[in-house]
Design a protein around this ligand. Sequence first.
Ligand SMILES: *Cc1c(COP(=O)(O)O)cnc(C)c1O
Length: 233
Amino acid sequence: MSSISDNLQAVQNRIGIAAKKAGRDASAIELLAVSKTFGADAVIEAAQAGQTAFGENYLQEALDKQLAIRTARPDLLLKWHFIGPIQSNKTRPIAEHFDWVHSVEREKIAQRLNEQRPEGLPPLNICLQVNISGEASKSGVAPEQAGALARAVASMSRLKLRGLMAIPEPAGDFEQQREPFHRLRALFDALRSQGHALDTLSMGMSADLDAAIAEGATIVRVGTAIFGKRDYT
Ligand SMILES: *Cc1c(COP(=O)(O)O)cnc(C)c1O
């Protein structure tokens, strides 16, 4: 079995190759290690291999893990990104314990995060989650509504609007994988041309990060390829 450190190296190599193919600088692409369902030990192992940014989906699990890591290794300076669905009664701990939120899809959630972000912390970095594949069941703001949501979030002083995030439907081949990422990139460019100072396209996971990088991803969110298969039982 390969180690977390080996896996991180392999993913960084993949990012390097994809960036080179796209004529991009690999240093413009940040690896977010998605540690959901894995314990504090796995995060510490990744951190010892140089990984600093971690993504979590489930609030209580994330808070428990953060506390365990702070207790065991107060020397580790980690950045935490919340990437999961947000219930409106759970915004306060997210505003207090994370550096980034990638999954903002409603103004009401943004308002609560803005009100609850502690004054002693820098503004909370925000990506709007966009329903780029358009399935009724999927979360995310509809692309047509993204402009209005971006304007609302941009006006909130305790939030910093950084960009867009999407989780497209799984697709078989590289060209099919590129399509939704291309649409997200086009929406990103449109918002920028409307005056939003966005710098972040959070797109691409273990199975499709290469296609996401070809379309301009600046953060890839990778779980399985780093930590292994998740066990939800
Ligand atoms: C779980 C998850 C990931 C990581 O997925 P892998 O396929 O394991 O790399 C990325 N983004 C979000 C929003 C997730 O929920």
